[in-house]
Design a protein around this ligand. Sequence first.
Ligand SMILES: C[S@@+](CC[C@H](N)C(=O)[O-])C[C@H]1O[C@@H](n2cnc3c(N)ncnc32)[C@H](O)[C@@H]1O
Ligand code: SF4
Length: 312
Amino acid sequence: MSEMSEMERMEGYPKTLNIEITNLCNTNCVICPHDKMTRPRGVMSFELFKKIVDQSVGRIKEINLQWLGEPAVVKNYADYFKYAREKCGDSVRITLFSNAVLLDDPLPLLEAGISGIDFHIEPKQYYADMMPGLDRDLAVRNVLNFLKARNEGEYKTAVEVHYTYAKGKLDNGLEIDTTDINILREYERIFEGCDRIYYACFNLWHDNSTPDLRHDASIYDNKNRKVCHFPWIHMQITWDGKVALCCWDYNNNTKLGDLNIQNVEEVWTGLRMRKVRYKNIAHQFDGLICSTCLINMTSTDWEIVQEGIRGW
Ligand SMILES: C[S@@+](CC[C@H](N)C(=O)[O-])C[C@H]1O[C@@H](n2cnc3c(N)ncnc32)[C@H](O)[C@@H]1O
Ligand code: SF4
């Protein structure tokens, strides 16, 4: 298939829905733009969630049920997963991230048939400053308990654990260095049996003020910026049904649509979405948050976009 017809096919429907069940959280991590969000905060109504899932049955490959919040603060959060699984069937990958503290009962999620859960737990020596107010021992216990229940029940859910890889001064003045390989070794020891234990590179949010962690400005070279796969593959949906550009667009500056009054296909094939894609391809990043994004400019090119749609 030619490059152009692949692109046209991808414009039909997103492969992945990133649905923010809530942007409420039980903490305020120093790495996270959670406290910088000025958009409204709340929980997605089950009706809106059902509407989005129902129209996507048979058309998507993946649903990630979180963005800038902690899914487990929603009392009936497992119902969202259960509904998505029942409607979409086993072929769709359904995942979430969690800080683990509220996940004291693994069964509702395991029985809902989630494909994977990725736990976010910062290193012990920085935890109180990086994830204020949370109990790390409880988080670790919950992960190990989840793993045990997964193994005992022979559920297929993948269990992952990660922390943030960064060196320098964070927004709150805290000096951190999580680049020491011994931190990873310690995680491997504690979380033995998890399917993946890794560090996630610190990502500079577009209006973040963490100068010591900022990369050299010369790498923001828009001429050489590669095509980003997000606008071709992922739809980023806020708890109140608005469509943002990607996970990096945390305040939804881009405002691509509203699923309360439009359907997924309408937004995905709409003029605003198409404009973003073609501006990306044409390297015209003016007015787009893409111009300061480091996520994909160093790692994504058209081959990866194609890789992402293989198997549709
Ligand atoms: C925003 S959280 C939401 C889910 C859940 N509350 C959690 O902490 O996992 C989703 C993921 O974003 C990651 N994250 C937040 N800010 C980040 C940053 N500046 N750089 C890299 N990852 C970040 C967290 O590590 C977490 O895994
Ligand atoms: S727990 Fe997750 S959503 Fe909450 S502040 Fe931390 S990274 Fe952000």
